[in-house]
Design a protein around this ligand. Structure first.
Ligand SMILES: [Fe+2]
Ligand SMILES: [Fe+2]
Length: 194
């Protein structure tokens, strides 16, 4: 797919994010957990939305399997996951979700699509960076997970598209795309996925 992202991650991000690998992987584990929780929260809020219940439940299932995979990799290396800390990136994007329907659902789905798309980009950068650094296990691991996140962005976009006119959809995608780029640009590079 053509990515919906309006910007590329800064080349220095890989070095900054991988300074402390147990911390980065803890954050990644919680990203996967929150992705699973978000998919199920949408099922809770919108159970009447037909086929999306099946798609979102399957997505939650897959994200949960990613939690298991990150947890298993950390355990193999003797790393213990840490408590989650507030994610300013996701919070700033979720603050853009409007209060009324159908805008609320549209925005929630588009924000989820942007988070998935950015995760796809960043996990791909981790795969490349770890390959270059000679850590084949982490390189393969992140390559496989990056592929999954690309499909996830499309799931959310496909669920969002029928909710409003093509024009309103494109407009909102534009606004949130600009916002995503601004939010990311304002954040320091730390040992987090985003
Ligand atoms: Fe995932
Ligand atoms: Fe995902």
């Amino acid at each position: 797919m053509t990515s919906i992202l309006r910007s590329s991650t800064h080349p220095r991000w890989f070095a900054a994010s991988t300074v402390d690998l147990p911390v980065l992987l803890s954050d990644h584990l919680h990203c996967e957990r929150k992705a699973a929780e978000n998919a199920l929260a949408l099922v809770r809020r919108y159970p009447h939305r037909g086929t999306s219940v099946g798609q979102l439940a399957r997505l939650a299932h897959e994200e949960t399997s990613h939690v298991v995979q990150v947890g298993a990799l950390m355990a193999r290396r003797g790393w213990v996951p840490r408590t989650d800390t507030p994610n300013h990136y996701a919070r700033a994007l979720l603050a853009e979700v409007r209060g009324r329907e159908p805008e609320r659902l549209l925005d929630a789905l588009l924000v989820a699509a942007f988070i998935e798309a950015r995760s796809h980009e960043r996990l791909g950068l981790l795969a490349t960076g770890f390959a270059r650094a000679g850590d084949a296990e982490l390189a393969d691991f992140y390559l496989a997970l990056a592929d999954a996140e690309e499909r996830h962005a499309d799931i959310f976009l496909d669920l969002a598209r029928p909710l409003v006119s093509a024009e309103s959809f494109a407009e909102r995608l534009d606004v949130l795309g600009e916002r995503e780029t601004d939010v990311l640009a304002d954040l320091p590079h730390t040992t987090r996925v985003h």
